[in-house]
Ligand binder design. Structure first.
Ligand code: AMP
Length: 439
């Protein structure tokens, strides 16, 4: 454990009953706020019910009847991370040329610095090109975006009347997909409109009036645009759901069903998800046609991440964080908070004590979020304070530490959070703040 005063010594295998309520462990006493749980869209987000974490182990108890009452601090500790190199290397069975992709697509891939197909790419590109419906079980960071974009781009070059609709849980992910699409389609006259909430709808409507090969968006805004008559899913030839499990977690099931309902039966449908749950299976059964399931889930990426906890007394919580962030090895840090408001406040307080920081959460405008991300990626700030939803799908290299300033709701959320560090062959560190009275 980090040796910072004033904390009792840690006991490695301590198990304890977790009886404090949610507000009892929020920072800065914002106990009555709701956790951020979905992409806010057109001011309607607040009315959405939270539908739980897809059967995940839920941490914390108070106020939620279905919650587990056990808190196991050992789950946050791994002082002997395994070497990532120990994982058996994957030998791809294809090269990008083998797939028969258009030469300009292969050139764009090479230019993007992608030389060898990743496991998911190696396995799904061919069946997608053959027109199969596919369920790809793959986490972020596996190259899944290019895995579905490359064959779809190829198909669109073959037939420019194709329309691919890509649904993602968050704006950031939608934008990243569009950026990757642009990178992979230079000079190909491939047009896309990003339709995400929290940002002016008018340019999106203008974009939709033009010819599009791709529509990339979050379910709420896409449905909104459908209702206004700007998106007609009857013209969709490929529907892609990225991070489908996350969309379900965020309460998008109804929107997803509404969007998929009128997509023609003979359209190709691709589902990408980090996990398989009964709800995903239900959607797959309803909307996919004889799908091929391909799983490239990594064993336990958490094994490679050094994990530890710090115990805090409530009145010292912020000072502890500031002390940690002042250490030189904390060079690029994502700090997770539970609430939009507390995340905003924490970011501002860090700046006040001289730590270059910014925050991203659902109450920030799209432009503000992008700006914070860019500042973080380019090293202008060293700390990004984020909610789970806002941080989803973010790719930032060399994140030295993830700090769970507020406990995650579920173990799955914990794994998602700490997966922001230790990417690729780099080993990262995760530190979780645990209240001293949680024993
Ligand atoms: P994703 O899983 O789609 O979020 O991809 C994560 C990152 O991996 C992106 O920055 C891609 O540019 C990169 N990437 C995609 N495919 C490959 C590949 N075959 N080899 C190396 N990097 C890749």
């Amino acid at each position: 454990m980090y040796q910072l005063p004033p904390m009792p010594p840690e006991r490695r295998t301590q198990r304890s009953s977790f009886s404090s309520n949610r507000s009892g462990r929020q920072s800065h006493g914002h106990g009555h706020q709701r956790p951020e749980h979905r992409d806010t869209r057109s001011g309607q987000g607040a009315h959405r019910p939270y539908r739980g974490g897809g059967g995940g182990r839920r941490f914390g108890g108070g106020g939620r009847g279905k919650s587990r009452s056990t808190f196991d601090v050992a789950m946050y500790i791994n002082k002997n991370p395994v070497a990532i190199e120990a994982e058996a290397p994957y030998t791809p069975t294809h090269t990008f040329k083998d797939f028969g992709l258009w030469p300009e697509v292969v050139r764009a891939v090479e230019k993007a610095g992608i030389t060898v197909p990743s496991p998911i790419q190696d396995q799904v590109i061919k069946p997608i090109l053959e027109g199969r419906d596919v369920v790809g079980l793959a986490q972020t960071g596996t190259g899944k975006t290019a895995a579905f974009l490359l064959p779809t781009i190829h198909q669109t070059l073959e037939n420019r009347e194709r329309l691919t609709l890509i649904l993602t849980p968050t704006r950031e992910l939608a934008i990243q997909i569009e950026q990757e699409l642009r990178k992979l389609t230079p000079h190909m006259k491939m047009f896309a409109t990003v339709c995400v909430g929290g940002t002016n709808i008018r340019p999106q409507i203008a974009g939709l009036k033009r010819k599009n090969h791709f529509i990339i968006g979050t379910p709420g805004r896409v449905q909104d645009l459908m209702e206004r008559g700007h998106i007609n899913t009857r013209f969709v030839t490929t529907a892609i759901l990225d991070e489908a499990d996350r969309m379900l977690d965020m309460g998008f099931i109804h929107d997803m069903k509404t969007i998929l309902k009128d997509v023609p039966k003979n359209a190709q449908t691709l589902f990408f998800s980090a996990t398989m749950s009964p709800s995903i299976e239900g959607l797959v059964k309803d909307f996919l046609n004889d799908p091929l399931t391909i799983s490239v889930r990594k064993k336990e990426i958490t094994n490679a991440i050094s994990q530890d906890v710090v115990r805090y007394e409530h009145h010292h919580k912020f000072d502890l964080l500031a002390t940690l962030l002042g250490k030189p090895e904390f060079s690029r840090v994502i700090v997770f908070g539970a609430m939009k408001h507390s995340v905003e406040k924490l970011g501002a307080e860090l700046v006040k004590v001289g730590i270059p920081a910014d925050s991203i959460h659902g109450n920030k405008s799209h432009g503000q979020r992008q700006r914070a991300l860019t500042r973080f990626k380019t090293g202008q700030i060293k700390v990004l304070v984020a909610t789970d939803v806002a941080a989803r799908g973010i790719h930032v290299d060399d994140v030295s530490h993830v700090i769970n300033y507020d406990l995650p709701n579920t173990y799955e959320d914990y794994v998602h959070r700490i997966g922001r560090t230790g990417r690729g062959d780099k080993r990262g560190s995760a530190i979780t703040f645990v209240p001293a009275d949680l024993t």
